[in-house]
Ligand binder design. Structure first.
Ligand code: URA
Length: 177
């Protein structure tokens, strides 16, 4: 299920330029779920094309999972004002789209707390759960979910890139296993 270009399911429609649809390989067994589009993504209509995307692309390439081979999406498809986190109501409105995007995948990597909360239905303390695979049920089927830091966190903390390298390594063991 795709949101229509004129989607009005939540109030984010008022400020967006584009509905930001997923990118990468639509049939990839692995999906990366970010929080929400930022200004660059809103303008381009593609997820992770700004500075977070640069970090993500570099780490994916380095880890042997280039961007073209993975599926990349966000909890919400429209940019929240002032880059605030999406509200629960906004994520709920977009959840049917997200679930249809994730259905049947082998591994889901959530990037940041919003994406983890949206799919796990609970708040997480990132440092306690990062890179610890768990499972979520999407449309009746269990899928491995790996909570990871958001690439933007690497701008403020130098250890985050190493943690994301580990995320990709762990994800690959599930993909290949
Ligand atoms: N941050 C996100 O969470 N998603 C994007 O698409 C870009 C930045």
């Amino acid at each position: 299920m795709r949101p229509p270009e004129d989607c009005r399911r939540c109030a984010l429609c008022a400020g967006r330029t584009n509905v930001v649809m997923p990118d990468g390989d639509p049939s990839s067994p692995i999906a990366f779920v970010g929080e929400a589009p930022g200004a660059k993504e809103d303008a381009a209509g593609r997820p992770f094309v700004g500075s977070s995307g640069k970090v993500l692309n570099q780490l994916l390439e380095e880890g042997g999972l280039p961007r073209e081979r993975v599926f990349i999406t966000n909890t919400v498809k429209c940019r929240p004002p002032n880059n605030r986190a999406p509200t629960q109501a906004e994520m709920d409105a977009c959840l049917p789209c997200l679930e249809s995007e994730l259905e049947g995948r082998k591994v889901i990597v959530t990037l940041g707390r919003s994406a983890a909360r949206d799919l796990l239905k609970r708040d997480i303390v990132m440092k306690d759960e990062v890179n610890r695979p768990t499972k979520v049920t999407i449309r009746g089927k269990e899928i491995v979910l790996i909570p990871a830091y958001h690439p933007a966190a690497s701008f403020y903390n130098r250890t985050v890139k190493d943690s994301l390298r580990e995320t990709i390594r762990v994800a690959r063991t599930y993909l290949e296993g």
